[in-house]
Design a protein around this ligand. Structure first.
Ligand SMILES: [Zn+2]
Length: 127
């Protein structure tokens, strides 16, 4: 297997099994378990390639310099950003039965909500 192919498959697998969006640093740390020589530049390059091919997508967290990535084939869901540990979690999207709170003259094409606060881990730590 070519080296670049190996890196791709390791990084895809890291994202596929994480269960939540990861930033490049998190991808690097998880990927190094399987590929000890993995470097951050390779992680960035590979994430960009996978995103260009629409295999993964970017999760934008407002106010965060770091980007997060998740698999592109997930069902619609929202995200929760922990302001303490800077991890992003997947949460179920609210029922689509409710119309979005948008005036009728506007057409909604995508909705993605990012909640922020503290995850259970960090909440326990501050109590
Ligand atoms: Zn947290």
């Amino acid at each position: 297997m070519k080296r670049s192919t190996k890196q791709r498959s390791v990084i895809s697998k890291v994202l596929a099994t994480a269960g939540r969006p990861l930033n490049p640093q998190e991808v690097l740390e998880a990927g190094q378990h399987e590929l000890p020589g993995l470097g951050i530049a390779t992680v960035y390059r590979t994430l960009n390639l996978l995103a260009d091919e629409h295999l993964i997508k970017v999760v934008d967290v407002p106010g965060q310099g770091s980007r997060y990535y998740e698999m592109a084939n997930l069902a619609q869901h929202d995200h929760f950003f922990c302001q303490a540990c800077h991890r992003v979690f997947d949460i179920a999207a609210p029922s689509q039965a409710q119309p979005p709170p948008v005036p009728e003259a506007f057409t909604v094409e995508t909705t993605e909500t990012v909640y922020s606060g503290r995850c259970p881990n960090c909440k326990a730590g501050t109590a």
